[in-house]
Design a protein around this ligand. Structure first.
Ligand code: PEP
Ligand code: MG
Length: 876
């Protein structure tokens, strides 16, 4: 026998989620538990995959299986589909492995047509109910299967209510509803050019195909990308016999959670409506009653429901989200699933379930989605105010949190307004390292260009500042300091708000509230720390960032990007002087000015880290990033340095590169100008010695990291400079401090020659931002502009800069790990690219045997939890 594509509820169980989808598996499980579930059957996720493989067709074999299962259901129900005596109606609902908003949800009352509705009316002696069901069916089917928008039908309902002088749908009579059903069909024909399908079998296949199609609609694709769900999973379809909540006041329908999904409180939470079908509760046409009210109107059904809730929660050992219908006082369960919840609720529920001895600490750790923790670490919008606001645009959610402030267009203005006590949103075409001071004081950052690892995104995440990037719809006018979006112009000083978690942009002020970290959070992180084997470090460039990261549990610094230290207004002149120097002597003079500042920076960081390991990376960006671009700034710099403007311009243009990301940067700078590496080494070692002297209880071992190495001789050359300088400084100070010299692995050539490179490196830190860029051959700053088409065409399903591409980039990492260990078994291995804070990439790092991941301070708790989950998964 071939593959089985359709299962009756009674043939499945809760363990068959992959095949039956979450909804289907749970309906089968509830059936197995003897709960009152209207019976039905499930068309499997494999049938969905087959549908796509067959060119978006349900093949004959699967169609035959569906009809056979319908016959089996008819026997169970004692009714017949499309029958003229006792018709069976069904609901059709989607249900993938993971619950996925954005896909087709539900069609109710399928199987009705002009004849069947008459039979229903007579048989139930309730024509109002029959016609109400019919008009609902036409409306839903037209909307979700045939793509005729709901609104046309809603307009007709409103017209009818107005004509009849009533306000509620429930006040419409059987005649009114019959008339509406006719109007709906006419509307359908007008829109589609053919009749509404009256054959129940055709309706059924149409609905199943619509569910399959919805697996690939743009909303579903977007949701999958955000939640790491592969498109190969497919969705199942649930066909379930209808029970009716709209037969009168002895019936109703509702939704409930076993605990409060917003707070986690252990109390039944839900809503229901009398004389209604499911969509009424969701659509908000009528205001539902709280679930407690059910106790007053139908005490027996309520008692039974409460008992089932308890059993389901104990069975699944998690908070349940359930749908139910009561038909003529009899309760039916239509769905149960682990309920979605806020981050705070998730933590409370996990801790409570441990205290109630329902789950173990390990299970509690596995229960929390690491990405959800983000919400607890950043300011959030006031929920009510947010609900009332309407976005004027939306772009990449580059760094989470909520921000509200006045628009400014330059980093200098941001600083100036900030000093006046104003909250600002820095809005730029794109950001560059020059903007760092402005970014620091801004509540939020909005850019017109740039992807998830653009400068703005990386820096904003590092600082924990909200950032929305790549909003191409913005028409920017830097001259007049204004931008236009959604038809309106915003000038400097106007209020806007940004949601860095959704990417939404609002043209008004929305108040924000500080997020609070509850005790449950700490408790759960404590459990996570017991299980994880990966260390979690942070990427931090300032003592403030370092201290923030320690609060979040960082065990060291995996990456200090030293370039950010040179942009402060008191340093940039010396930096620029160094860059435009004509010879080594001039350069050394400028570097000597930078030395004390740099040493001070490192002392601050060593102090903040209290003896924990700190990896300091030497200068990485191309030097022209530090030079001014605006005419006035160039003139000012020339004056300051006693140079001719033309001369300075010539120097600046000589530094111009067509492809700076592949240009004169990283260790190439130290190869050309070893004195830069000398200065940085001296600063690191002197700072370490000074702080060590002050704190003999700490054991400071400086870790110096050379970026962008692709060839062993390159590393050997720069290392020699470092070692010579460091040893001289140590000898001069009479210190016995030890230090390490390692390298970033961020060029494919370094990965495949890692055995050679390891001979010169005490440690490797994978710079997966550059490694991804160079492996794919597309720019981390520009890829955002075209990756959208790649997602639409399913060439890539994920942003490789956000989630490590394990197949390609991952293979290079694995190769480097293997080769590196061969040459130096005790080599320390870490990652400091943005992927170090992404849960699925953290899991990869665990499996690959790295010693630590390093990520921005605000992602440290996420990485800790993800590392624990990876370790627990590994045990199994
Ligand atoms: C990297 O390339 O992954 C990295 C951490 O370095 P940067 O982002 O500073 O280039
Ligand atoms: Mg890099």
């Amino acid at each position: 026998m071939g593959k089985k594509f359709v299962y009756l509820f009674s043939e499945g169980d809760g363990s068959m989620r992959e095949l039956l989808g979450g909804k289907g598996a749970n309906l089968a499980e509830m059936t197995k538990l003897g709960m009152p579930v209207p019976q039905g059957f499930i068309v499997t996720t494999e049938a969905c995959t087959q549908y796509y493989a067959d060119g978006e067709k349900i093949n004959d074999e699967i169609q035959a299986e569906i009809y056979k299962s319908m016959e089996a259901l008819e026997k169970i129900a004692g009714k017949k589909f499309g029958d003229m005596e006792d018709p069976l109606l069904v609901s059709v609902r989607s249900g993938s492995r993971a619950s996925m908003p954005g896909m087709m949800d539900t069609i109710l009352n399928l199987g009705l047509n002009d004849e069947v509705v008459e039979v229903m009316a007579k048989k139930t002696n309730n024509p109002r109910f029959a016609y109400d069901s019919y008009r609902r069916f036409i409306q839903m089917y037209s909307d979700v299967v045939m793509e005729v928008g709901k609104k046309y039908f809603e307009e007709l309902i409103d017209e009818m209510k107005e004509k009849k002088g009533v306000t509620l749908d429930t006040d419409l009579t059987a005649e009114d509803l019959k008339e509406l059903a006719n109007q709906f069909k006419a509307e359908f024909k007008a829109k589609k050019g053919f009749d509404f399908p009256s054959d129940p079998k055709e309706q059924l296949m149409g609905a199943i195909m619509a569910v399959f199609r919805s697996w690939d609609n743009p909303r579903a694709i977007y949701y999958r990308r955000m939640n790491d769900i592969p498109s190969s999973w497919g969705t199942a379809v649930n066909i379930q016999m209808m029970v009716f909540g709209n037969t009168g006041d002895d019936s109703g329908t509702g939704v409930a959670f076993t605990r409060n999904p917003a707070t986690g409180e252990n109390k039944l939470f839900g809503e229901f409506l009398l004389n209604a079908q499911g969509e009424d509760v969701v659509a908000g046409v009528r205001t539902p009653e709280t679930i407690d009210h059910l106790k007053d109107v139908m005490p027996e059904a309520y008692e039974q429901f409460v008992e089932i809730c308890g059993r389901l929660e104990n069975h699944y050992r998690d908070m349940q989200d359930m749908e139910f219908t009561i038909e003529n006082r009899k309760l039916y369960m239509l769905q149960t699933r682990n309920g979605k919840r806020t981050a705070a609720a998730a933590l409370k529920i996990a801790c409570d379930l441990v205290d109630e001895k329902k789950i173990s600490e390990k299970e509690a750790v596995m229960m929390i989605d690491p990405k959800q923790l983000d919400a607890l670490l950043h300011p959030q919008f006031d929920a009510k105010a947010l609900k009332a606001a309407k976005p004027i645009g939306s772009a990449l959610p580059a760094s989470p949190g909520a921000a509200c402030g006045r628009v400014v267009f330059t980093a200098a203005d941001a600083v100036e307004w900030h000093e006046k006590g104003e909250k600002v949103i820095l809005t730029r075409l794109e950001t560059s390292p020059e903007d760092i001071a402005g970014m620091h004081v801004a509540q939020g950052i909005l850019t017109v260009r740039g992807g998830m690892t653009s400068h703005a995104a990386v820096v904003a995440r590092g600082m924990g500042t909200c950032c929305v990037s790549g909003c191409g719809e913005i028409k920017m006018n830097e001259e007049t300091k204004s931008f236009t979006l959604d038809g309106k112009t915003y000038n400097e000083g106007d209020y806007i708000s940004l949601d860095g978690s959704t990417g939404n942009i609002y043209g008004e002020a929305i108040p924000t509230v500080e997020a609070t970290i509850s005790g449950d959070f700490e408790r759960l992180m404590g459990w996570a720390d017991q299980y994880r084997t990966l260390d979690v470090r942070t990427n931090a460039d300032t003592p403030a960032d370092a201290m923030q990261a320690i609060k979040f549990g960082a065990q060291g610094i995996g990456l200090t990007r030293t370039e950010h230290m040179f942009f402060d207004s008191d340093r940039i002149p010396a930096m620029r002087e160094m860059i435009v120097s004509k010879n080594e002597t001039q350069r050394r003079t400028a570097l000597a000015k930078l030395l004390p500042m740099q040493r001070g920076d490192f002392e601050g960081i060593y102090e903040a880290m209290q003896g924990m390991p700190v990896t300091i990376r030497f200068l990485d960006p191309p030097l022209h990033e530090f030079l001014p671009t605006a005419e006035a700034d160039i003139v000012a710099l020339a004056k300051e340095m006693g140079l001719e403007v033309a001369d300075l311009k010539a120097t600046i243009s000589s530094l111009h590169e067509f492809n700076p990301m592949m240009g004169h940067r990283g260790c190439r700078l130290a190869v050309s100008y070893p004195e830069i590496a000398e200065m940085q080494t001296q600063a690191v070692i002197e700072a370490a010695i000074n702080v060590q002297k002050k704190h003999p209880e700490w054991k400071i071992v400086p870790e110096i990291m050379i970026p962008l190495v692709g060839e062993i001789k390159e590393l050997a050359y720069v290392k020699e400079v470092v070692v010579k300088t460091a040893d001289a400084v140590i000898a001069a100070a009479g210190s016995d401090i030890h230090y390490k010299v390692g390298t970033m692995i961020e060029i494919p050539r370094a990965c495949i020659t890692a055995d050679e490179i390891a001979k010169e490196a005490d440690f490797f830190s994978f710079g997966t931002n550059d490694l991804t860029q160079m492996t794919f051959g597309f720019s981390r700053d520009d890829a955002g502009a075209f990756l959208g088409s790649y997602y639409d065409k399913k060439i890539y399903e994920q942003d490789p800069f956000a989630r490590l591409d394990q197949k390609g980039v991952g293979k290079l990492v694995e190769t480097a790990v293997k080769l590196g260990r061969q040459a130096r078994p005790d080599i320390k291995l870490g990652i400091c690219g943005e992927h170090g804070g992404d849960p699925s990439s953290v899991e990869f790092c665990h499996r690959t045997g790295l010693s630590y991941v390093s990520c921005s301070p605000f992602r440290v708790p996420i990485a800790r939890l993800a590392a624990a989950q990876a370790a627990i998964k590994d045990e199994k």
